[in-house]
Design a protein around this ligand. Structure first.
Ligand SMILES: [Zn+2]
Length: 91
């Protein structure tokens, strides 16, 4: 397709796609690429699997963590997410 993207572009956007940071148009273009490209479909599946493993690990760790530490871990995860989403601004 003429408006498709390259594998390199797909890989660059895959993280944003899985974080649901892309608009519908971009997500649609990526979905179209996966349909045409088994290599990137594999990559996406592997990335999804990896993410579910990480979530599972995190969950297990939280479950076996005392409540006062659990809150602290959640806060630090939340803070990291905010830092990543919010680029630093001048004060
Ligand atoms: Zn590809």
């Amino acid at each position: 397709m003429s408006d498709g993207i390259s594998c390199k572009q797909f890989q660059e956007l895959l993280d944003a796609l899985l974080d649901q940071e892309l608009g519908e148009d971009e997500a649609g273009v990526l979905a179209g690429h996966v349909g045409d490209c088994p290599g990137c479909a594999d990559l996406q599946a592997a990335e999804l699997h990896l993410r579910s493993l990480i979530k599972e690990r995190l969950h297990q760790r939280l479950v076996s963590t005392p409540p006062h530490l659990r809150a602290r871990i959640l806060v630090s995860i939340h803070r990291q997410t905010l830092v990543r989403l919010d680029p630093p601004r001048p004060h």
